[in-house]
Design a protein around this ligand. Structure first.
Ligand code: SAH
Ligand code: SF4
Ligand code: F3S
Length: 487
């Protein structure tokens, strides 16, 4: 059984988990598309790009798979169990084709890129395969399926950012949206499959990012999360070495991009994910301090608390470097929540190395952590260079140990917030007792639940925190904030 534990499932669903989202209906004519998404926020954002490309080709989206002409499954390869889940789903769709032979089933995303034509030719599970940089080709690929050809496009690109495509929102009526700012990853952490499935890192034109954020605000969204595997390495009109590409055009780095997005409206909250400890500079922290509407929350994955282990992981920083970044956050942003990702049982992990992770947890006391057992991925540096030699029971025992400790820390962090007043963006009825309670996120990303009142989703309220659990703050609204005055 997968031991991946989601301390805050609701946040995790939008991150690197194995969550699904089903596309709702849009009013257009012609054939119907059903999209299902797995994996990280970038996949969820990509599914909206896909819906937009397909809408131009006359497809409307449906939530009901029964009425779909085309089913597209956007997949994740990050851990073995993420792929297994998709295989089970694809097997179900294959059965459906017995009754509906004209149904086109396609696989998108990281598994499509990793397995290329295997799922089509060898396993015959799908009719169509499109990698993350091939979505503009989907209408052609679907046509090829219709003419009995092998519809596969897994070409990775050095340029594609889908910058000009205005995503079709799949969660109609939401207040929070993802906005992709980079694609791919150049880092080559030894455990990670992403550089192979997403290709080289590239940044999206800042003007199109700001415009998308403006459009979202106009449509009623009040929160954007800027997405990239390593947002701190966002750079426009610059090479990876920092040289200017076109001297006549301005350059933009991540801190500057955030500064631009934060100015869209004081009522538009700005979040971002994921920060990389090796690249997160003080300039980013300073721009966070400058704008009230940039949320004081940083997801800063450490993976391990031991420097030798970090070297094997090829993460590009040491334990001391990470702790220095934590000090910088505490110095520049006196109130700021920090979360992390941790892996247990990576190749050759010793008891001492694991103990260093525990000691790091006790020093930093992260607000949240996403914790995983190491899962070997084909083609990665680790698969080629090291042995996946930590026994399963040891991986699990270490995972359980860090989960238990993290739960204490999360609870402690929340307890520290009891008695405080938090600015919360109302998202809608709470999951439990939706007739009585509403929920939304505090600035630090904590899910906050409070009694229903005379305010709608998309409103900012001040909530006095009276109680908490490990994952949730509980309180009462003390003030409903009016919209900010804009010039
Ligand atoms: N770009 C982000 C992480 C993307 S993947 C970063 O560098 O921080 C999200 C998380 O999945 C990683 O932080 C890591 O903790 C976990 N992960 C990635 N590959 C994994 C593997 N092979 N086994 C277990 N966990 C893995
Ligand atoms: Fe994977 Fe490392 Fe890139 Fe994150 S930074 S996506 S962990 S290679
Ligand atoms: Fe998964 Fe690909 Fe994201 S492997 S975590 S969907 S980049």
């Amino acid at each position: 059984m997968d031991k991946t534990i989601k301390l805050d499932k609701e946040i995790d669903e939008a991150r690197q988990g194995e969550a699904t989202m089903v596309a709702p209906e849009h009013r257009t004519h012609g054939k119907k598309l059903y999209v299902e998404s797995y994996g990280c926020a970038m996949n969820f954002a990509d599914s909206e790009v896909v819906a937009s490309i397909m809408a131009k080709d006359g497809y409307s989206t449906t939530r009901d798979v029964e009425e779909a002409d085309v089913v597209l499954i956007n997949t994740c390869s990050i851990r073995e169990n993420a792929e297994q889940r998709v295989r089970r789903r694809l097997t179900n769709f294959k059965k459906r084709k017995v009754h509906q032979p004209s149904l086109v089933v396609g696989i998108l995303g990281c598994m499509a890129e990793r397995l290329k034509k295997d799922l089509l030719e060898e396993e015959k599970l799908v009719d169509l395969v499109a990698g993350p940089d091939a979505y503009r080709d989907l209408p052609n690929l679907i046509e090829e399926v219709g003419t009995g050809q092998k519809a596969v496009n897994v070409l990775l690109s050095r340029e594609e950012t889908y910058a000009d495509i205005s995503p079709v929102k799949l969660d109609t009526g939401g207040v929070s949206s993802f906005v992709s700012i980079t694609r791919g990853c150049d880092n080559m952490c030894s455990f990670c499959v992403v550089p192979f499935t997403r290709g080289r890192e590239r940044s999206r034109d800042p003007e199109t990012i700001v415009q998308e954020c403006r459009d979202l605000f106009e449509q009623g969204y009040r929160e954007v999360t800027l997405l990239g595997q390593n947002v701190d390495s966002y750079r426009w009109n610059m090479t990876s070495k920092g040289e200017i590409k076109d001297a006549d055009k301005p350059t933009t780095n991540f801190a500057e991009l955030m500064d631009m997005v934060a100015q869209v409206s004081p009522d538009l909250r700005v979040r971002f994910s994921t920060s990389h400890p090796k690249d997160m500079g003080d300039d980013v922290l300073e721009v966070m301090a400058k704008h009230e509407n940039i949320c004081k929350y940083i997801h800063l994955p450490v993976q391990s608390g031991n420097t030798e282990m970090l070297k094997r992981m090829n993460r590009g920083y040491s334990r001391e470097w990470y702790l220095d970044r934590i000090d910088a956050i505490r110095r520049i942003l006196p109130v700021c929540s920090i979360s992390t990702d941790l892996i247990t049982g990576f190749c050759d992990e010793t008891e001492e190395e694991h103990a260093d992770t525990i000691s790091m947890m006790n020093i930093v006391k992260w607000e949240f952590a996403y914790m995983y057992k190491y899962s070997e991925r084909p083609k990665t540096l680790a698969e080629r260079r090291f042995e996946d030699n930590v026994p399963e029971e040891v991986k699990s025992a270490r995972l359980t140990e860090i989960i238990n400790l993290q739960q204490e820390h999360s609870k402690m962090r929340h307890k520290d917030m009891v008695g405080s007043i938090q600015k919360v963006l109302v998202e809608g009825p709470a999951k439990k007792q939706p007739d009585l309670f509403m929920s939304g996120r505090a600035d630090n990303n904590s899910m906050t639940v409070f009694p229903k009142g005379d305010f709608d989703k998309g409103t900012y309220v001040l909530v006095k925190i009276n109680d908490c659990t490990t994952a949730t703050l509980l309180g009462e609204v003390v003030e409903v904030l009016p919209p900010a005055k804009t010039n």
